[in-house]
Design a protein around this ligand. Structure first.
Ligand code: ADP
Ligand code: MG
Length: 700
């Protein structure tokens, strides 16, 4: 692709800054920018002008409709398309789009999860334009990113609390910067770059498996003779068709202004990754949602199915979404960049310590922010980070922190005794220092949170992280705000030391996958919340309620509604899996099993008729094994059916979630063991669905 054409293509379907500058009167452009950056109210006449320009631009780019695009608690995006047409009465048609339509929408909200919120308040919901995330044209429709709230203003989506958490963090960070002498910063932005893992498999094969189609993951399937043990896929040469897919995907994303940057093969066969360049948090979240959607669409066009489930295949690495996170000022300074001078170091150390403390204090919240039925299969399963949260800082920073704790000077080689005020370390930005097993790692000038699952909206963990860091920054501010200038250095040293002593238990630089670490973590008193039902009750703890309330990110009722929704989603997902598994075994697997048993029996009978002395021990062996196994499968499938019916009758969401986790998942696992055992014996051709080997090693 010629360079010019990439340049022309990039953002060509986005109503972005360049287009706005070209098409809006100067004062209107300024007003929109002010709204986007500081949330200032946009007057209706200004909105009308913007809407008119937007409509013209969208029509030129092939749009016939517009939609408010929002992110309800389903984890997906939602849209309702309205056309621009407006009958003029004379048989003619006008194309209209008003400021009011741009700014506010009223979708029928009653079918989106609300966790009881709407019952408490109003049945109606509304969507409100988020001018800080650009509008775009996709498939003939103008998309307007919006927040989704109940009529009383309660958040029904993931964008609203994300925006609130970004504001909270900004306020707290600006205050701390101002005590540190940096008074010209008006806004601090959260930045995110989320690396997205996914599987690509053949579409025809995908369509033949009910478990993949209904649940996004395989519920049965014996392992193929080959897995990922050869380590030959990671960063391996891209297959030509896969490469074509990636190229097409890049182009589609670039047109939409999504800065897709890196692509490579991942650890598991058929697994890949896409990493974008980082952006402001809410834009990055919107872009990640778009990325997942476009991935599926382009895959379909290329004859693939794109799997975003956290654990599509047993025994093979699942997929995650590394959340790279940092904060930077409106002047463009990354506050997690160690910098070169001691002065910068102090500021860096304060923000670093705020993050470390936040992760320690709110580890439960971070853990539950990534808890889903899918991700539960991944965390702690020897591939992704463990369910225990810890922070990796690397050897050099660890030494710096040690010198702070002990009041010694760090000189790069070891520590020498010095008085407090002289702890002025120089820290190099060492990005090569990587620990891939840590759930929360400092990587040079940002943190990488590796627990989110591949299908998760990254809004969730970032809401928790932003708010928790805001709270820790507030604590720092409270200590430093009245300290006179000449005492400031000492006061900073002291608070860094105090916080470090309190929170150093969260720092761990070793192997996060080892059993020793899990034991050690328990000794340190760290959380080990293994599953969603373990984690979710923490959402409503006094500490976490206070946090969200104080920073005006989520009210009590909003939090309670989310709690119910997360549990409900978990229960529904496993319920669907339990039903799908039963159906797939009864209809598809049994068909293969029975016809193979019949054929083998007939073969044996034929042999006997031909010559009674011919041995049939091989055939009998097969029949006996399959016979035994199928009897157990029959019993276990009844058990699963009965337990699923019991689960359906449990009214309390948490109680039900525990039952799904402890009983239903266990039933499913046991059942699967025996189905997989039989599948190992049955030739592929007898099964009406493709096996692991056929799916994982058939990509061209
Ligand atoms: P890797 O982790 O694969 O070695 P990088 O460290 O270069 O790769 O970047 C991984 C991701 O981190 C990319 O999406 C990148 O844009 C993002 N990233 C880099 N700097 C920041 C930052 N300051 N804030 C948020 N994300 C960032
Ligand atoms: Mg990374």
């Amino acid at each position: 692709m010629a360079m010019e054409s990439i340049k022309e293509m990039y953002g060509s379907l986005v109503f972005g800054d360049r287009v706005m500058q070209e098409r809006l009167p100067k004062d209107v452009y300024k007003a929109v920018k002010a709204t986007a950056e500081n949330g200032t109210h946009l007057a209706l006449d200004v909105a009308n002008t913007v809407a008119a320009a937007m409509k013209e631009w969208a029509l030129e780019n092939g749009a016939t409709h517009f939609t408010h695009w929002f992110q309800p608690m389903t984890g997906l995006t939602a849209e309702k398309h309205d056309s621009f047409i407006f009958p003029a009465g004379t048989g003619e048609v006008l194309l209209e789009f008003s400021g009011k339509e741009l700014v506010k929408g009223e979708p029928d909200a009653s079918s989106f999860p609300s966790g009881g919120l709407r019952a408490t308040f109003e049945a109606r919901g509304y969507t409100a334009w988020d001018p800080s995330s650009p509008c775009f044209v996709k498939d003939g429709t103008l998309y307007i990113p919006t927040a989704f709230c109940s009529y009383g203003g309660e958040a029904l989506d993931k964008k609203t609390p994300l925006l609130r958490s970004m504001d909270a963090l900004s306020e707290s960070a600006v205050r701390v910067l101002s005590v540190l002498g940096k008074k010209d910063v008006a806004r601090v932005n959260t930045t995110i770059g989320s690396e997205q893992e996914y599987f690509l498999i053949d579409k025809e094969k995908y369509l033949k498996r009910k478990d993949l189609v209904m649940c996004g993951r395989t519920l049965i399937g014996a392992p193929a003779p080959k897995g990922q043990e050869m380590e030959d896929h990671y960063f391996g040469v891209l297959k030509p068709k896969v490469s074509e897919f990636m190229h097409e995907l890049d182009k589609e994303l670039w047109k939409l202004g999504v800065p897709a940057k890196t692509k490579h093969n991942e650890v598991a066969p058929a697994q890949h990754e896409l990493a974008p360049v980082f952006e402001t948090a809410n834009v990055s979240v919107d872009h990640n949602q778009l990325t997942m959607e476009v991935m599926k669409k382009v895959a379909d066009k290329c004859g693939y199915a794109c799997l975003l489930h956290e654990k599509p295949f047993e025994g093979i690495n699942g997929s995650g979404k590394h959340n790279n996170w940092s904060i930077s000022t409106d002047k463009g300074e990354n506050l997690l960049d160690p910098g070169k001078t001691p002065h910068e170091n102090k500021q860096f150390l304060i923000f670093l310590m705020a993050v470390i403390s936040a992760v320690d204090e709110y580890a439960d919240l971070l853990r539950l922010s990534v808890a889903t039925a899918g991700n539960d299969h991944r965390l702690g399963a020897n591939e992704a980070p463990p369910a225990v949260i810890s922070v990796f800082v690397g050897d050099e920073l660890a030494a710096v922190l040690k010198s702070i704790e002990e009041g010694t000077k760090y000189d790069g080689n070891g520590a020498t005794k010095m008085s407090w005020a002289h702890v002025l370390p120089h820290i190099t930005q060492d990005t090569t220092d990587r620990n891939r097993t840590s759930p929360f790692a400092f990587t040079g000038n940002k943190f990488e949170f590796r627990m989110p699952g591949s299908s998760l909206s990254v809004a969730q963990p970032n809401i928790a992280l932003n708010t928790a860091v805001a709270e820790e920054l507030d604590k720092i501010y409270e200590v430093l705000k009245d300290v006179p200038d000449d005492k400031m250095d000492d006061a900073i040293d002291k608070i860094l030391r105090d916080m470090l002593i309190e929170h150093k238990k969260i720092i761990f630089n070793g192997n996060g996958y080892s059993d020793e670490w899990i034991k050690e973590a328990e000794k340190r008193g760290l959380y080990n919340l293994k599953s969603l039902p373990d984690a979710m009750p923490h959402l409503l703890s006094e500490k976490n309620r206070e946090l969200f309330k104080k920073h005006e990110v989520l009210s009590d009722v909003e939090l309670e509604s989310r709690y119910e929704i997360f549990l409900e989603n978990y229960n529904k997902e496993i319920h669907i899996e339990a039903l799908t598994l039963q159906e797939m075994i009864r209809k598809d697997f049994t068909q293969g099993l029975v016809s193979y048993m019949k054929d083998v029996t007939n073969e044996a009978l034929k042999k006997k008729q031909l010559l009674p002395s011919l041995p049939i021990s091989y055939e009998s062996d097969i029949i006996n094994t399959l016979d035994d196994t199928s009897e157990i499968i029959g019993n276990k499938i009844h058990q699963l059916r009965d337990d699923t019916e019991r689960a359906e009758r449990i009214e309390d969401n948490l109680e039900a979630a525990r039952f799904y986790h402890d009983v239903i998942l266990k039933d499913m696992d046991e059942l699967r063991t025996f189905v997989d055992k039989a599948e190992k014996i049955i030739p592929d051709g007898y099964l009406p669905y493709p096996t692991y080997g056929q799916i994982l090693f058939s990509l061209r």
